[in-house]
Structure formats: structure tokens, C-alpha cells
Design a protein around this ligand. Structure first.
Ligand SMILES: [Zn+2]
Ligand SMILES: [Zn+2]
Length: 265
């Protein structure tokens, strides 16, 4: 596949999926904690993502060129894999664990007090992110956090189509941890870094830096059991305020946000 076709196909697929997921999500999600969203938040998230993505794309496309022009260990056919189909399966698992580890440390580095304000703060403006915040990063932040996906094929053999599929998956995952849907299968709560975990990262900063798994947060001493899963999340606060009469039903879900009487706690 021509390098340019490959990167364009990647971007088109990602953008298509991003918009499809957001549209589907907005139709099916029963209630959004709109009361806790800042004014015009969704619009500002979209604007920020749209202004950053072209800058992130420039070095990213350059890396894609190097990858598909033969400088990486990407291959075209299953027969090129030393272990056949099981090699593909193994590379899928190792890709997830390798990138999860790298993103954990890069993300933690971006929280360093000398770096944070410059590059990572724009993503943390939103305390309760919406799916549109998933790609709203400062260009340097976005590029650095995406870098592990491009380092992997230079170090390890990877099938090109699998690479494309993983890239799409990664983008869907990034959207999903910002979508406010806190459900995680009960047996996986302690293993998977889901939306409830990442919302606590936006709220409390120094916890849950991970991407897919809680592994590195546990090893690095930054794991925090999600407040939403302990009945102390944003939606629980809304319900509590409604019960106490400090917040009327119509003040939630975007109907009467500015006249809401409660204060953030
Ligand atoms: Zn962060
Ligand atoms: Zn985030």
C-alpha cells in the first residue's frame, strides 16, 4: 500500500469512527452530567481538537512514511510472521501492553510541574470530559502520547492490517474513556482503566494515568479506585443534590444550567 494512501486511510477511518461513535452515543446515552460541564464545553472541545489535529498530523504522517517505506518491521502477509497467526495474536497483546506502559510514563511526565502548564493543562481544563475531549490535546501533548504507537513497529514485527485495526481500536478506546459511561464488567473493574478511572484522573490529577489497564498505576503507586464506582461520582452528586432539593430535575441535562443553585463540591 502506498504510504500516503495508508496514512490518509487511517485518518479517514479514525475521523469517521469518531463522529459515528459520538452521534450514536449522544442518541443512546440516557443522561449526561451537563450541570457539571462548563459553558459551551462541547463546542470548545471540538474547536481545540480541530486546531491541534493538523499540527499533530504533520510529524505523525512523517513517521507513517518511514514505517511503510520499509524502515520499520511492518510486514504485508501472515506468512511473513515467524509464528504465523499466533504471531499476529501475540503482537496484538504485546502492542497493547507496550503502548500502555509507554503512555503511562509519558502521561506521568506530562504532569511534572515544569511541563504540565505548557502542554498538558489544556486537556485538563475539562473536569468532566465529554467524548469530544478525547482528541483535544496541545499538539505536543497529542504527539507525545501517540508516539508509542509509532515506536512499536520499529521495534517489533507487526502485520500492516493489524496495525491499522489497532490504530482504530486505540482511537475508539480513547473516546470511550472520556464518554462518561462508567460501566465495566464486574470481574474487570480492577484490571481495566475505563471511563470511571479516567474521569477521576481529570478530577484529581495525580491518579489513574493509564490507558487500557490499571497495571502501571498499581506498580507506580498512582491507582485510585474510581469514585463513580463507589457511589461518589458526578452523577451521584447530582442525585444527592436533587434529593436534598438543591437541584431541580430540569436543571440537569442542559435545560436550565445557568440558574442551577448548587455549588460544585
Ligand atoms: Zn493527565
Ligand atoms: Zn482525558
Amino acid at each position: 500500500m502506498d504510504p500516503l494512501d495508508f496514512s490518509v486511510l487511517n485518518n479517514v477511518l479514525i475521523n469517521f469512527l469518531w463522529h459515528l461513535l459520538i452521534v450514536v452515543h449522544s442518541q443512546t446515552k440516557p443522561i449526561v452530567a451537563q450541570h457539571f460541564l462548563s459553558q459551551n464545553q462541547v463546542w470548545r472541545e471540538i474547536k481545540y481538537a480541530m486546531s491541534s489535529l493538523p499540527w499533530i498530523s504533520i510529524p505523525t504522517v512523517a513517521l507513517f512514511f518511514a514505517e511503510v517505506r520499509g524502515y520499520s518491521k511492518l510486514y504485508d502477509n501472515v506468512s511473513d510472521s515467524p509464528l504465523g497467526w499466533s504471531g499476529l495474536f501475540l503482537s496484538m497483546i504485546s502492542f497493547l501492553f507496550f503502548t500502555d506502559m509507554c503512555i503511562y510514563w509519558i502521561h506521568r511526565f506530562l504532569h511534572h510541574k515544569l511541563i504540565y502548564k505548557m502542554f498538558h493543562k489544556p486537556h485538563h481544563i475539562w473536569k468532566i470530559p465529554t467524548p469530544f475531549a478525547s482528541h483535544a490535546f496541545h499538539p505536543v501533548d497529542g504527539f507525545l502520547q501517540g508516539l508509542p504507537y509509532h515506536i512499536y513497529p520499529f521495534l517489533f514485527p507487526l502485520h500492516k492490517v493489524l496495525y491499522l485495526a489497532l490504530y482504530v481500536f486505540v482511537n475508539i478506546w480513547t473516546i470511550s474513556i472520556h464518554d462518561g459511561d462508567y460501566r465495566v464488567p464486574s470481574g474487570l473493574i480492577s484490571v481495566i482503566n475505563g471511563s470511571a478511572h479516567h474521569t477521576d484522573h481529570h478530577l484529581f490529577f495525580d491518579y489513574n494515568y493509564g490507558q487500557y489497564f490499571t497495571l502501571w498505576d498499581r506498580l507506580g503507586g498512582s491507582y485510585r479506585h474510581p469514585s463513580a464506582l463507589m457511589g461518589k461520582g458526578p452523577m451521584d452528586l447530582i442525585r444527592k443534590l436533587q434529593v436534598e432539593g438543591k437541584l431541580r430535575k430540569e436543571q440537569v441535562n442542559g435545560h436550565d444550567q445557568r440558574r442551577a443553585t448548587c455549588k460544585e463540591e
